[in-house]
Design a binder for this molecule. Structure first.
Ligand code: NA7
Length: 543
């Protein structure tokens, strides 16, 4: 774009075609797509480097739950050839290096301004442009804005009374500092037992002198089975990539695990447990997909999987009381299960204590530790592994205003409303990757599909010289009706509160109880997005 347009303060600013927010998987690939199309692009990232979630979450033990063979981009055969994964479940430093390599390899860094937060984005209906202000007090103007801010990127900072008076050190897993946090011989309190808490606990248990774990809701933790990769493993993966990607595109969770064709209750208890055991030994999230097809939607079938895992917990954890505290009562899969090596085993260590904060809530942080309604725990370091305001948090923390000055926070006050999780009525020329109602599934696949789709809708607008493209109200209503109908068919809403599921906003006080992911199947979701392209984006109004 070449015309000059005034910014919010009335100064002349040359608009660009697109502004991309975030330098994680989503932002990097989106910038790549748009620049390949010949568009002028500016991109902003709060962190000092690329990586997104893999930049910030550098706590000890952080690594993927998904296997290297499919937790990666698929768009470049050259990239496949030149990147050698080191481990089956890559560590945070490895994924961050990979994304750094992608940024260098495709010359993406030059489009990014780092250490810079997008504070606000305001749509100007007169010239159909977005006006953006950033934390460095600069103003920018763009035709399109694409949010790649991440689903799990707005940390929850629990408002514990007295945290500011704590004389030791406290850190959040999602803002772990680059310099080493010395935990050797220290008394450490970990608050939270989601994926981050679950990963950090076995990683530090041998280093610390005392570990106090504050658990609110237990999780079903699946063993990960780590494995270092050799050349043979890498060659094997490269040989399977076509098949892996075909499955990512055609299976309900965008994972390369085909449906098994098995129903849990069609098997005797012994046969069923043998299947659970075999997949448990193989490790990782495949336990959700490679055991029985119906455990995600049939409660009776699900109960067999839930009981199998509870049996494992009781088998591994020697103290029966601790084991029971670690056993979830809600059905498996209502919360996304963490994967880890050595989590339950850590609870057999004498210097680890498990505290149930549902029974005895944390009442304050004192100068020397954590106080619950029952007792005081001395600590030198407090680790907040308290998670994220998932799906909407990172979006609504930016002051985004569409037509008639409506803010996205107001639009979503009763829960997010989107069209395909990609666009929002009232917010023309604004698109989201990984926003609410994204297809639940393997993130890199979902992200690539979303960015490909957004590049097509933008291309369509460019080809027809449309200055404004907006998801229609009817399209949004119809999509939301579908999202809600699909959700109502699952048992997830029924147990969301008991499980404190972040997929229903249940982990954030005051957040509306509304579904965040789309549960209708990633494969069907991708087909729906493709149909929109084939139909010429008829769900949009164009000006
Ligand atoms: P999660 O999975 O949201 O876990 C956060 C944990 O922190 C969870 O156990 C919470 O309990 C707990 N929490 C949050 N606030 C409090 C307070 N105030 N007191 C006690 N406990 C609290 O976030 P993670 O970072 O572990 O993992 C996020 C994703 O990263 C994960 O799903 C994977 O996709 C990778 P709750 O369960 O809400 O009762």
């Amino acid at each position: 774009m070449s015309t000059v347009s005034p910014d919010v303060a009335g100064n002349a600013v040359a608009p660009v075609d697109a502004i991309v927010i975030g330098a994680g998987f989503a932002g990097l690939y989106m910038v790549h797509k748009l620049t390949q199309m010949g568009l002028s692009v500016k991109a902003f990232e709060t962190g000092a480097d690329v990586g997104g979630t893999w930049y910030w979450n550098q706590y000890p033990g952080a690594r993927t739950d998904s296997e290297a063979s499919f937790y990666a981009f698929s768009f470049s055969p050259e990239l496949d050839e030149e990147w050698d994964w080191q481990e089956r479940f890559p560590t945070q430093p490895e994924v961050r290096r990979y994304l750094g390599h992608v940024a260098d390899r495709f010359e993406l860094r030059e489009h990014f301004t780092f250490n810079t937060r997008v504070d606000s984005a305001t749509y100007d209906e007169t010239d159909h442009l977005w006006r953006i202000s950033t934390s460095d007090d600069e103003q920018h103007v763009a035709r399109f804005v694409i949010s790649g801010v991440g689903l799990l990127s707005a940390p929850i900072w629990p408002e514990f009374e007295g945290l500011e008076n704590f004389q030791g050190r406290w850190v959040h897993t999602a803002r772990w500092p680059s310099e080493k946090v010395d935990l050797a011989g220290k008394r450490v309190a970990v608050i939270g037992t989601g994926s981050s808490g679950v990963q950090i606990i076995p990683e530090i248990v041998d280093t610390v002198s005392e570990l106090i774990v504050f658990q609110r809701t237990p999780n079903y933790v699946i063993p990960a089975r780590h494995q270092d990769f050799g050349d043979d493993d890498r060659a094997e993966i490269r040989g399977q990539l076509d098949q892996i990607r075909e499955l990512n595109r055609t299976t309900p969770f965008a994972f390369p695990y085909p449906m098994t064709g098995r129903k849990a209750l069609d098997f005797s208890e012994d046969e069923r447990n043998a299947i659970y055991e075999e997949v448990w030994q193989r490790g990782g999230l495949r336990f959700m997909m490679e055991t029985f097809d119906d455990i995600g939607f049939d409660l009776e079938a699900n109960a067999t999987a839930s009981e199998f895992i509870r049996g494992k917990i009781r088998e591994i954890v020697r103290d029966p009381e601790t084991a029971e505290l670690l056993c979830p009562t809600y059905p498996f899969t209502v919360k996304r299960p963490p994967t880890c090596v050595g989590f339950y085993e850590a609870f057999n260590r004498d210097h680890l204590q498990l505290i149930d904060v549902r029974k005895t809530p944390i009442t304050s942080i004192t100068a020397t530790g954590v106080r619950t309604s029952a007792e005081h725990f001395e600590a030198d370091v407090i680790i907040l592994a308290t998670g994220f305001d998932v799906g909407t948090g990172a979006i609504t923390r930016i002051d985004i205003r569409g037509k008639d000055g409506l803010s996205i926070t107001d639009k979503w006050k009763d829960g997010p409303r989107t069209f395909l999780g990609l666009a929002v009525n009232g917010f023309p020329n604004y698109f989201m990757i990984g926003g609410p109602h994204y297809a639940a599934g393997n993130f890199p696949t979902v992200i690539e599909e979303a960015a490909n789709w957004i590049s097509k809708v933008i291309d369509h607008a460019q080809q027809h010289s449309y200055q404004e493209i907006e998801a229609s109200e009817e399209a949004e209503q119809s999509w939301m009706k579908h999202v809600e109908e699909v959700t109502a068919m699952t048992f997830f809403p029924k147990y969301a509160r008991e499980a404190n599921s972040y997929n229903y906003g249940a982990n954030v006080e005051g957040k509306p109880a509304a579904v965040i992911p789309y549960y209708g199947g990633a494969n069907l979701y991708f087909d729906r997005c493709d149909a929109e392209i084939a139909d010429g984006f008829t769900s949009f109004t164009m000006k």
